[in-house]
Design a protein around this ligand. Structure first.
Ligand SMILES: NC(=O)c1ccc[n+]([C@@H]2O[C@H](COP(=O)([O-])OP(=O)(O)OC[C@H]3O[C@@H](n4cnc5c(N)ncnc54)[C@H](O)[C@@H]3O)[C@@H](O)[C@H]2O)c1
Length: 489
């Protein structure tokens, strides 16, 4: 196996007049670290642009292929790398370019992540996959296993994971400064896109740059629906067919510091409740296709090796904030500067808070002391990291470095969001969605406010077996039915 250590040894040999063997001599699966990586991008518009440009790292790597269903949306990437082959079907891209792609950034909508990453991993292509890792829990579990099985260097796109702030939070907790954590509040102002609205019924014309086949690829494994600007771009987030709602959008960023600091595992139980929508007096809308306009979920976790107490995590979205704790002065914002998003870990000796991605960490100790983050920690923290000044703190470049160093290398093990970590994290986030969908859609008879929603209960989760044990119907949301012609390989 080619590791960074071997590379350094090779470099020394080169200096002594011995040449490093090029990629084609080493064969598939081996990347001579003297080579640039050949990168591909799936979903190169929107967030995908920053993923691929950050991984390319000012020409440190090559971009050889771009796959997008909307050439206009992806035009910045197509223009930047004119020699890259352009596709609208990632299956064809991997087929035609077998052996020519080392690694891929996957930044298409959530419903595409699982199927695209599996095709890549089966070819030995290393993957950077946007958050949430997948659309449902079963896909996430499978991707986590597959990364080990196919020896893939993986990273999820929750870029806050590479921030020094999260290292500082771990240190504070490990020193026992807030004691044992029993309660966590996490909240967001998302959705900031239309959500909880009726299903579109018009048939607006597709924009000219999106062909029928492009649209078919947008749909991918989801249920077919006609084009609508309420789906593409960006707004797909608000529909279960494609997206994962406010929780799926922000949960992986905001559960991240909690998981990292406390070392949590699978949740043991979950209960959710969602906001209602009224378009006419007294008659609540029933829109199970759409993610709700607001929701709250409560997840419970067992004690972990790092935290001796079971933990209750309260999530709220749609702008609903937690109540202000007595320990935090009333004029102090919670989490972010405007309190709109944040995390509070409430322990026996104090409260640790932060904003999205783990920024602005702070502690309010029972002693009355307030501990602020010292910015000089950014420069002084070690962990062997060199990229904290790169865009997104080097989250993509840590990954390309680890791909070159090889599976199992020190660089790989140092990744902050490889699937061994981000898989269980994503599963916990998607657990909330499972409960929301159970709450929302299990309807039996009745109408208006008299409907019977028998899924509105606390759900018990057997994490290892991936099963709800007290409401069999809820298990339909562990996975999804794929459209004909699609499967998770
Ligand atoms: N880490 C972050 O901070 C962050 C921020 C924004 C979005 N995201 C994540 O990035 C992903 C994309 O979100 P976005 O806001 O950029 O969405 P978007 O709709 O703006 O962009 C998605 C891109 O993927 C393309 N696309 C759609 N279906 C495709 C397919 N089947 N194959 C190839 N390309 C396809 C679209 O044309 C578009 O260029 C989501 O998973 C989202 O959660 C992460």
């Amino acid at each position: 196996m080619t590791t960074r250590r071997n590379f350094l040894k090779n470099a020394a040999l080169t200096a002594a007049g011995v040449t490093i063997v090029p990629r084609h001599v080493l064969g598939r699966g081996y990347i001579a670290p003297s080579d640039k990586l050949n990168l591909a991008s799936i979903g190169a518009g929107g967030k995908g642009w920053s993923d691929i440009v950050n991984a390319w790292n000012n020409g440190a790597e090559n971009v050889v292929a771009i796959c997008d269903i909307d050439k206009e949306r992806a035009s910045q990437a197509i223009g930047k790398w004119p020699k890259a082959k352009v596709y609208n079907d990632f299956r064809r891209m991997f087929d035609e370019m077998k052996g020519q792609i080392d690694a891929v950034t996957i930044s298409a909508p959530d419903h595409i992540h699982g199927v695209a990453a599996m095709v890549a991993m089966q070819q030995g292509v290393h993957v950077y996959v946007q958050k949430p890792l997948t659309h449902n829990i079963a896909e996430t579990r499978r991707l986590t296993e597959a990364a080990r099985e196919y020896k893939i260097v993986s990273q999820m796109g929750n870029q806050g994971a590479s921030l020094p702030e999260q290292v500082q939070m771990m240190e504070w907790f490990d020193k026992g400064m807030i004691g044992t954590v029993h309660t966590i509040d996490v909240w967001t102002d998302r959705p900031v896109w239309p959500q909880g609205i009726p299903v579109p019924t018009g048939k607006p014309a597709r924009p000219s740059q999106i062909s029928e086949q492009d649209w078919d690829m947008f749909i991918g494994p989801a249920d077919f629906v006609d084009y609508d600007p309420l789906y593409h771009p960006f707004k797909w987030r608000g529909w279960w067919n494609f997206g994962t709602g406010a929780l799926g959008d922000m949960g992986c960023h905001m559960f991240d510091p909690v998981f990292r600091v406390l070392g949590l595992g699978y949740p043991t139980e979950v209960e959710s409740s969602v906001g209602q929508v009224f378009l006419q007096d007294w008659v609540p809308e029933f829109i199970p296709e759409g993610c709700p306009p607001s929701s709250s979920s409560r997840l419970r976790f067992a004690a972990s090796a790092k935290n001796a107490s079971p933990v209750t995590l309260n999530w709220t979205d749609g702008g609903i904030r937690p109540f202000h704790p007595e320990l935090i002065p009333p004029d102090h914002p919670l989490g972010s500067d405007n309190s709109a998003n944040g995390v509070m870990m409430i322990g026996t000796k104090g409260i640790m808070t932060c904003g999205v991605y783990g920024v602005n960490p702070k502690m309010y100790l029972n002693s009355g002391e307030v501990v602020e983050y010292d910015k000089s920690y950014d420069a002084s923290y070690d962990g062997g990291r060199k990229h904290s000044k790169l865009p997104e703190h080097g989250h993509q470049v840590y990954w390309t470095d680890a791909v070159k160093a090889g599976f199992g290398s020190d660089e790989h093990k140092a990744l902050t969001s490889s699937f061994d970590y981000s898989g269980p994290l994503t599963e916990a986030v998607l657990m909330g969605n499972l409960a929301i969908r159970s709450y929302q859609s299990l309807v039996k008879g009745g109408n208006g406010r008299n409907r019977e929603f028998y899924g509105r209960k606390k759900l018990l989760w057997d994490g290892p077996a991936m099963r709800i044990t007290n409401l069999d119907d809820a298990n339909q949301f562990v996975t999804r039915e794929y459209r004909k012609g699609w499967k998770l390989m």
